[in-house]
Design a protein around this ligand. Sequence first.
Ligand SMILES: [Zn+2]
Length: 90
Amino acid sequence: MSKLSGFIRYQCDRCGKTAYLAENSVDARTWYNVSRFNAAQCTGGKADEYTLDSDCFTLYSRLITGEDKSFTDWMHPAPEPATNTDSKED
Ligand SMILES: [Zn+2]
């Protein structure tokens, strides 16, 4: 009986899905490690680390894309529309 080594057990921190995959295999590249700072960690500290399968990573990407837009809109608000108070009706 042969014995193989070099496998990693993955478990998604969101949905609990598990997989045993050979290191550096194509399938192992469909699992993602993400780092996230929450509100309490934003002025220092270590980010939380999560492992996500491809489905949950797709959902996470969608979530943070929306959060990125909210942050960008907050950080760089659009200028107030100029009101023209100098116009006079003749
Ligand atoms: Zn998952």
